[in-house]
Design a protein around this ligand. Structure first.
Ligand code: SF4
Length: 365
């Protein structure tokens, strides 16, 4: 049975992860740009779901949808796709393919169909049980899940049960295949911990284990970030000692403490600014995420975020400014973004031209 993976922008690392898991189970995943073969798998997110759901609807093959949007609103997606993988796919997808090939109607845990609904919630996989990537090399997912509960974020809903980690030995083995070693994690500096209190001795051991001549290690920067309260002098010393990155990426998200409280960030604006100062004091460039347009944000609170961005830009930070998007499965799903103030577009446009700011907020909607 030929199993295809519908290639789309932004899902390349998911392909690496799932193709490695499938290969381990005796399946090969082929990339395609349209539904084909006996089975085509899709990873749905808010950026691609409109286009891909229409494609799934008219597909002639069996279709399997997974990913953040499929997990967040599996009931809707199961009306279109033949099967939905809800949550983590490394174990569920091979079992589902086995069942499809065998013509079995026995429901598979972690999947949903229009006929059966959700067959038991999916399970949290042991990261060490699966390689982080196959022949198509990708990033090392060193941690998965998050104990925080930011109201706009899908991570705690996709991966419930807190934070878990790939072992240092498994990370080191994967790193040997890479010349640029990058990590996927919701908070790089939380490696080895429960996600609330740093365990920097584990971060040090991880970085020591993945460091080798001829390879560069990137940590606390793309494609991951860090939380402000984890940015300590000791943590930044580790970045300076082991890593190639000159930038540390952190989320502050809003210039308003009321908004930060409302979205459940678990830190204050002051915590964010202290982290920025520490990063700069260590000779590194802060890259800061902010989000504008929360549904309950007042004009004054949006202006406070604009002031924060001005302040950060004046201090040499790089800014990633996102427009709030109501993501499926989150507490803020179904609450559209509030309008962006004209002053925001003016200031952000200027900062973008200066090369200090990027992000979706610049796309007027
Ligand atoms: S800390 Fe990051 S990963 Fe965790 S819930 Fe908040 S935004 Fe999501």
């Amino acid at each position: 049975m030929r199993v295809n993976w519908r290639h789309t922008r932004g899902t390349t690392n998911t392909f690496s992860v799932l193709s490695a898991a499938l290969e381990q189970a005796g399946w090969r995943l082929h990339e395609t740009d349209r539904p084909a073969g006996e089975v085509t798998c899709y990873s749905l997110n808010v950026a691609n779901e409109g286009e891909l759901l229409a494609e799934i609807e008219s597909a002639d093959c069996t279709t399997i949808a997974g990913g953040p949007s499929a997990t967040g609103r599996w009931r809707d997606v199961a009306r279109t796709a033949d099967y939905v993988v809800v949550g983590e796919g490394e174990r569920t997808l091979p079992l589902l393919l086995d069942a499809i090939e065998a013509g079995s109607l026995k429901p598979i845990p972690g999947t949903a169909t229009a006929r059966d609904g959700l067959v038991l919630p999916g399970h949290a996989v042991l990261l060490d049980a699966f390689p982080p990537f196959g022949p198509r090399r990708g990033y090392i997912e060193c941690s998965r899940g998050c104990p925080h509960d930011c109201a706009y974020c899908q991570t705690p809903r996709l991966f419930p049960g807190g934070m878990r980690h790939r072992s240092i030995d498994a990370c080191a083995e994967a790193a040997r295949a890479l010349t640029d070693v990058r990590f996927v994690t919701p908070n790089a500096l939380a490696y080895g911990s429960g996600g609330r209190t740093p365990r920097l001795e584990k971060v040090r051991r991880l970085l020591t284990a993945v460091t080798r001549k001829g390879a560069r290690v990137w940590f606390g920067t793309f494609p991951s970030e860090v939380r402000p309260e984890f940015v300590t002098d000791e943590a930044l010393d580790l970045v300076r000692e082991f890593c190639a990155n000159s930038r540390v990426h952190l989320g502050i998200q809003s210039g308003s403490d009321r908004v930060l409280g409302f979205i459940g960030r678990g830190h204050t604006l002051d915590d964010g600014l202290t982290a920025v100062d520490r990063i700069r004091d260590h000779g590194l460039e802060p890259a800061v995420d902010v989000i504008l347009g929360f549904p309950f944000e007042t004009d004054q609170e949006q202006e406070a975020t604009l002031d924060l961005v001005r302040h950060l830009a004046a201090r040499g930070c790089r800014i990633h400014a996102h427009r709030f998007t109501p993501l499926p499965g989150t507490p803020l799903a179904g609450h559209p973004s509030r309008p962006i103030l004209p002053a925001v577009y003016r200031v952000f446009g200027r900062l973008a031209l200066e090369g200090r700011l990027t992000g979706s907020v610049l796309e007027r909607g």
